[in-house]
Design a binder for this molecule. Structure first.
Ligand code: PAF
Length: 292
């Protein structure tokens, strides 16, 4: 079983002997682990000798009325799952070990990249992610950290954080892990009722449809707008409440309006969606593979 450390000082002492000769990987999580998280650990093991998984439901990234209190805390089960993939240490601090005061006096503002997509409905979310990930980087001082590509905006913000704060940490993006019917794995999928769970894969199907349309033909930005309306209608009719369905560049920049009538360079694009289905806010995204 992995060794569980709730205290920063104990974790630092445990990791110290490895630092000179061995590579340390960090997999940050909020627990309630599923196969997607276990894949992150497997990838971490390919890049490092020692794998630390943090399990911390971070209050600063939840907004008022969000599911901080009800977010499932399942440390014992998580530790058993992590043992099956060879995790060495679990860092599972209490809130007061991480934050002397809430909100913390120091803030991280990730800037323009946060004021779009998820940031529109969760305005302080990414600043909360920024501070906790920064703290985890300082506590663990890993050589490499693994983040899932499902949270594409979060991944982009963390790459920016590493660049802007000069962390010497390689960030590895892990592919999205899906259920057999295509639904992206997420801890929040458990909020879905059985009927909603049947409907949920439609989100991925629509992303695939859009990606295929874009890969197949020379679409203009105007044509893309029509495709998005078509897909949005089907998603809404299936019972989702769409937060956003957008196509961006891989750097999360908006498409350039000046070229709305020129064919799009689809290899540089990503389709991103967030939508509520009942109590669950589902996120997904799809790159466009022109060779598919
Ligand atoms: O992706 C998550 O689970 C969280 O946002 C993270 C990166 C662990 C920070 O709390």
């Amino acid at each position: 079983m992995p060794i569980i450390h709730p205290y920063i000082s104990d974790l630092r002492t445990a990791l110290q002997p490895y630092r000179s000769q061995q590579r340390i990987a960090l997999v940050p999580t909020m627990g309630n682990l599923h196969d997607g998280h276990l894949e992150l650990v497997k990838i971490a093991k390919q890049h490092a000798d020692i794998v630390v998984v943090s399990i911390f439901v971070n209050p600063t990234q939840f907004g008022v009325g969000e599911d901080f209190d009800s977010y499932p805390r399942t440390l014992d089960d998580d530790a058993k799952k992590l043992a099956t993939v060879g995790t060495d240490y679990i860092f599972a601090p209490h809130v007061d070990e991480m934050y002397a005061v809430l909100p913390p006096s120091t803030s991280i503002r990730a800037g323009a990249i946060t004021v779009q997509l998820c940031g529109q409905s969760r305005p302080d979310h990414f600043d909360g992610v920024g501070i906790v990930v920064s703290k985890l980087f300082n506590i663990v001082q890993p050589d490499v950290a693994i983040f899932g590509q499902k949270d594409y905006q979060q991944l982009a913000i963390i790459k920016q954080l590493v660049r802007d704060l000069s962390y010497s940490i390689d960030i590895i993006a892990a592919p999205i892990v899906r259920a057999v019917d295509g639904l992206a794995l997420s801890s929040r999928n458990q909020y879905l009722s059985p009927a909603e769970r049947q409907v949920a894969p439609i989100l991925h199907q629509e992303l695939q449809y859009l990606a295929q349309q874009l890969a197949d033909g020379a679409h203009t930005q105007q044509g893309l707008a029509a495709l998005i309306v078509e897909s949005s209608t089907r998603i809404s009719n299936a019972g989702f409440n769409i937060d956003y369905l957008e196509v961006k560049t891989l750097q999360l920049e908006a498409l350039n309006n000046k070229t709305s009538k020129s064919p799009l360079d689809v290899q540089d694009l990503i389709i991103l969606v967030a939508a509520w289905l009942g109590r669950a806010r589902l996120l997904d995204n799809q790159l466009i593979n022109v060779n598919q």
